[in-house]
Design a protein around this ligand. Structure first.
Ligand code: SAM
Length: 278
């Protein structure tokens, strides 16, 4: 039988409070041959806190492409490796995708050690709908590209989650208000699990005013959440009905409904209940 190779363990680490490192994560980090870390100095502190002496090697945005074949070869030789980032779950706005993809393509075992992520932690306390949500990660840094992206998202009905850098926060709020309107409910989750943890909920304009009035709200690590557009579905339906009425003067009703649904996003069955494909 061929050697199945080692396992790549993808290990979530704390986003602030070191006690959030799970017991299983400790065990895995202590027992693998090496840990691929986004910043070895940062991860060394975590390991020292836990009394773990496993060797570290760097895997970051600048060397991931070059390091991936080296690490896959080690896994193929039967070594177990762990992948961690500076905070939270690797790959989520962090390095690791190339390595995970290559390890899977090589038929190696890739297994998660789940744990903290700022995305899920923020959603769990923001008080915004989270049955369905969209993770947008970091918005583009360039103002034009950022505004374009937000315009594309303006009619999104699911809760939107963004990671944001503190120095861009006020500018981003200006762009969010312009794209989504001043009244859209939102939340700012800052320094989660740390001493200065703060979660503010308000309209976008309200949050902007509070962040402007208090410079402390522009410090640390930030997740921004924006409620989806709950009027978007109703607008799409109204537009769909108008288009359907216009088209059905020229086309069979089922066909008119299909085209109106395709162009407006309204559910076809809500436009024409007449049934199956035309
Ligand atoms: N992989 C990480 C995760 O699973 O959350 C995210 C890495 S990303 C490079 C870092 C960003 O996550 C920060 O700029 C901030 O937006 C968010 N973040 C990380 N830790 C946070 C915390 N304790 N509180 C709020 N946001 C945090």
């Amino acid at each position: 039988m061929s050697d199945p190779g080692g396992t790549l363990w993808v290990v979530a680490t704390p986003i602030g409070n070191l006690e959030d490192l799970s017991a299983r994560a400790r065990l895995v980090l202590a027992h693998v041959a090496a840990i691929a870390a986004e910043d070895t100095r940062h991860t060394r502190q975590l390991l020292m806190h836990c009394g773990i002496g496993t060797p570290l090697l760097a895997l970051h945005g600048h060397n991931e492409a070059a390091q991936t074949p080296v690490l896959v070869a080690r896994l193929q030789r039967g070594e177990d490796l762990a992948l961690v980032s500076d905070a939270g779950t690797p790959l989520l706005s962090d390095p690791g995708y190339l390595l995970v993809r290559a390890a899977r393509a090589a038929g190696l075992r890739v297994t998660p050690v789940p744990g903290p992520s700022a995305l899920v932690a923020a959603l769990s306390v923001a008080g915004l709908p989270c049955t369905r949500f969209v993770f947008e990660g970091f918005l583009p840094a360039a103002a034009g590209a950022r505004r374009n992206r937000l315009r594309e998202l303006a009619a999104e009905t699911r809760t939107l989650v963004f990671y944001e850098a503190p120095h861009r926060l006020l500018e981003t709020f200006d762009d969010l208000v312009a794209a989504f309107g001043a009244a859209r409910p939102a939340a700012l989750a800052r320094e989660l699990t740390k001493i200065h943890e703060t979660v503010l909920t308000d309209s976008l304009a309200g949050l902007r005013a509070r962040v402007q009035a208090d410079a402390d709200q522009r410090r640390g690590e930030i997740v921004l959440l924006v409620a989806g557009d709950d009027a978007a579905d109703a607008r799409a339906l109204a537009q769909g009905r108008r288009l359907f009425e216009r088209l059905r003067a020229e086309l069979p009703p089922a066909r008119a409904a299909r085209i109106a649904a395709e162009f407006t996003g309204a559910p076809r069955r809500a436009l024409y209940a007449g049934g199956g494909p035309d």
